[in-house]
Design a protein around this ligand. Structure first.
Ligand code: G3P
Length: 225
């Protein structure tokens, strides 16, 4: 079953979404982290603690492999459920490869994926997750959901089972059910989209009608009191 991650670094949003029992992980990026007032490392620790053993993706800032590896090791030391987010590219591939060979095995989420070839290279280098950005592809007139579908099909045909596909840059609820139908393992959604997913105007109208019918016929009579 597709998992829903929350794409947020906001503690209130994370706590609220956790209380709904629907989220299985968190993804962040430097833009999301920069919106929060808490010091970076304290925020990382608080998010990881709220999420218990569920994965929390936190992105490196370095643009060269050496620096990415150093930052990844530091981040991985902050909490056991850290997944290090590494931007796609040659330096990113080198970093993922180094972090996953030998004993170390720090799980990596390769981010900013926009093609099947990038997805294949990231999987080959040892990524535990890849994040195709579907909204940003739609923005330039490409087909973000179509990319997710192609990656899932190629991975399945090639027997790639150790790399999970996270559909990211989700902009609206329709994206979520479309990537689920396309076979994404995970959809990471902003809190605004998560709220939209739970709602439907006909649900609200239905509840209102049930309650007014009841009140008209049975006055203040309640259940259990
Ligand atoms: O998970 C990546 C996501 O945060 C990017 O979303 O809307 O900035 O393209 P967006």
């Amino acid at each position: 079953m597709v998992q829903i991650f929350l794409d947020s670094a906001n503690l209130q949003e994370i706590e609220e979404a956790l209380s709904w029992g629907v989220i299985s992980g968190i993804t962040t990026n430097p833009s999301l982290m920069s919106k929060e007032a808490e010091p970076f490392e304290l925020l990382v620790k608080k998010i990881c603690s709220l999420m218990q053993s569920n994965p929390v993706s936190v992105e490196v800032l370095s643009t060269v492999a050496e620096g990415m590896v150093k930052e990844a090791r530091h981040l991985a030391g902050q909490a056991p459920n850290i997944v290090v987010k590494i931007p796609m590219g040659i330096e990113g591939l080198k970093a993922v490869y180094r972090l996953n060979r030998g004993e170390e095995k720090i799980p990596c989420n390769v981010t900013l994926v926009f093609s099947v070839n990038q997805a294949l290279l990231a999987a080959r280098a040892g990524a535990s997750y890849i994040s195709p950005f579907i909204g940003r592809l739609d923005d330039i007139g490409w087909d973000g959901v179509g990319l997710v579908r192609e990656i899932v099909e190629v991975f399945s045909r090639q027997g790639i089972n150790n790399t999970r596909v996270i559909a990211a840059s989700i902009r609206h609820p329709r994206h979520v059910h479309e990537v689920a139908a396309a076979g994404a393992h995970i959809a990471t959604v902003p809190f605004s989209v998560l709220k939209q997913m739970a709602r439907h105007p006909l649900t609200d109208i239905g509840v209102e009608r049930f309650l007014s019918d009841w009140a008209r016929a049975r006055g203040g009579e309640g259940i259990g009191h």
